[in-house]
Design a protein around this ligand. Structure first.
Ligand code: FAD
Length: 468
């Protein structure tokens, strides 16, 4: 009977989706124990590698994760990837889901979304200066896999960001914030050196629909409007007509956002040394470059009009086009999860199909003992607070399945010890949470010397060396 015996759960991924689910299970099921597998030697996912360096308050959630990790029934197994991705050419994972299935009662998949959506327009992949916002964000936040990204901000004064969500505004803000301010954050020294040479002065943030359809939130917009020495431009007539059209149907957050835009237009100081703009009703058609060195020179945009019902308006091409000169373009149209071998995946929605976190297969049959949380469960949208809420939902599903005696994995329920023995016998280096704390301590020390909260190690080798 389950009530008296231990409950062994493996978690794949150490971002908010994994940590908050673990938090809830450990709290509610006293005999549970959790092994959290993480591909990198360092934990916390996008809290470390996504959230902008000038948003340190957002990273305070790490304190809760540290508390979870202090629970004696919790074990971090870092530097250990689980599940080879189905994308052709993917590196073989250290372990497969089937290797874990023999040893745990339940497996929670929370490995996030590590690819990005592409526009699918000519020259997007071939020109220098066109890149994914995801790669750029990873680069400046020290994500090891993005450290070879070709980032040169010294060849142009104009950048465009395609997409109008919070990630797009993060990118625009990092490009325009005074360097003295960024130097006090944990932005990597490598990025600071690149920003020292930056000539970027104007950033256009482009969306295919109108102001009512933007995906960024008030906080991020307010930060953009407060950038020193930076003029803000947008089409005030479009804003007025869209607001009039929506009338009373606007909900409170939208109303606040539109109010902020109005205020931004009204209070914007003209002729500042830098500027940023929101450009609406524009879809990229093509990137064009300099034939000689293959560097981006301009982007061709198709002009749209909006069609369809309120709350569900679509951009339709008018046939008109325009060209915008720019030397840098960041596509910021969304992250994307990828399937792993042997696990159901809905590639249209980009999620592991599930009901309240319980994984189902293509015939909607439950896969016993397999669960999902975070961006992999819901799709790559939502802040940490919403990721927490749905991680708790998944935890409740797991807890209820366990206590009600629903079928789970048919395993020996031995937990991770045999798995760790196998890994070590292969010479694989496993990183514990204590090891991570040693890495972190060194990052703090390097940071102190540089007058910043931390200086991150940016390669897996450096991270592993820091533990020796
Ligand atoms: P992740 O945080 O991505 O965690 C997934 C983890 O799984 C990673 O550690 C990854 O290394 C690991 N992993 C991947 N593959 C494997 C594998 N095969 N085996 C083992 N481990 C694996 N939210 C806010 O509230 N405020 C913000 O300011 C904010 N800024 C953001 C900025 C950016 C650029 C982005 C992209 C997101 C931001 N968010 C912000 C949203 C927030 O980061 C997400 O809601 C949250 O991180 C999603 O959590 P997750 O656990 O699903 O995924």
């Amino acid at each position: 009977d389950r009530v008296s015996r231990s409950f062994k759960v493996a978690v794949v991924g150490s971002g908010p989706g994994g940590f908050y689910t673990a938090h809830r299970i450990l709290k509610q099921v006293p005999q549970s124990s959790i092994d959290m597998y993480e591909a990198l030697p360092v934990p916390h996912g996008l809290v470390r590698f996504g959230v902008a360096p000038d948003h340190p308050e957002v990273k305070n959630v790490i304190n809760t994760f540290d508390e979870v990790a202090e629970n004696p029934n919790f074990r971090f197994i870092g530097n250990t990837s689980v599940g080879t991705f189905v994308t052709p050419g993917s590196k073989k994972a250290d372990l497969e889901v089937a290797d874990l299935a023999q040893h745990y009662d339940a497996i929670l998949l929370a490995y996030g979304a590590h690819e990005d959506r592409v526009l699918g327009v000519p020259n997007e992949k071939s020109l220098r200066g066109v890149m994914a916002a995801r790669s750029f964000v990873g680069f400046y936040n020290g994500l090891p896999s993005e450290q070879d990204l070709d980032v040169d901000l010294s060849k142009t004064d104009t950048a465009v960001v395609i997409g109008q969500g919070n990630v797009a505004l993060d990118v625009a803000r990092i490009l325009l914030t005074p360097l003295e301010d960024l130097k006090k954050t944990d932005l990597t020294e490598k990025m600071i050196k690149i920003l020292e040479k930056s000539t970027v002065k104007h950033v256009h943030v482009i969306g295919r629909r109108g102001p009512l359809e933007v995906a960024f939130t008030s906080k991020e917009l307010r930060e953009m409007l407060q950038l020193p020495g930076t003029t803000f431009h947008m089409d005030r007539n479009l804003l007025a007509s869209e607001m009039e059209r929506a009338g009373k149907s606007l909900d409170r957050p939208r109303k606040r956002l539109m109010g902020l835009l109005e205020k931004g237009i009204k209070e914007s100081k003209p002729n500042q040394p830098k500027s940023w703009s929101l450009q609406f009703l524009r879809s990229p058609l093509e990137f064009s470059g300099d034939g000689k060195d293959g560097t981006l020179k301009a982007i061709k945009l198709g002009i749209n009009r909006l069609e369809g019902e309120d709350n569900n308006r679509r951009a339709a091409a008018t046939g008109a086009k325009e060209e915008l000169e720019c030397g840098l373009a960041f596509r910021s149209i969304g992250y994307k999860s990828v399937g792993i071998q042997g696990v159901p995946f809905d590639s249209r929605k980009g999620i592991v199909p599930n009901v309240d976190g319980k994984v189902i297969d293509e015939n909607s049959n439950i896969v016993p003992g397999l669960y999902a949380s975070g961006w992999l469960k819901r799709g790559p949208i939502g802040v940490i607070a919403s990721t927490m809420a749905d991680a708790y939902q998944t935890a409740d599903t797991i807890i209820s399945d366990w206590t009600r005696g629903e079928p789970m994995l048919d395993s020996l329920s031995s937990g991770g010890a045999p798995v760790l023995d196998i890994l070590r016998s292969k010479g694989h280096k496993v990183v514990s949470y204590q090891d991570w704390k040693k890495i972190e301590q060194k990052e703090f020390e390097m940071g102190t010397r540089l007058g910043k909260p931390r200086e991150k190690f940016v390669s897996v080798d450096e991270m592993l060396k820091a533990i020796d």
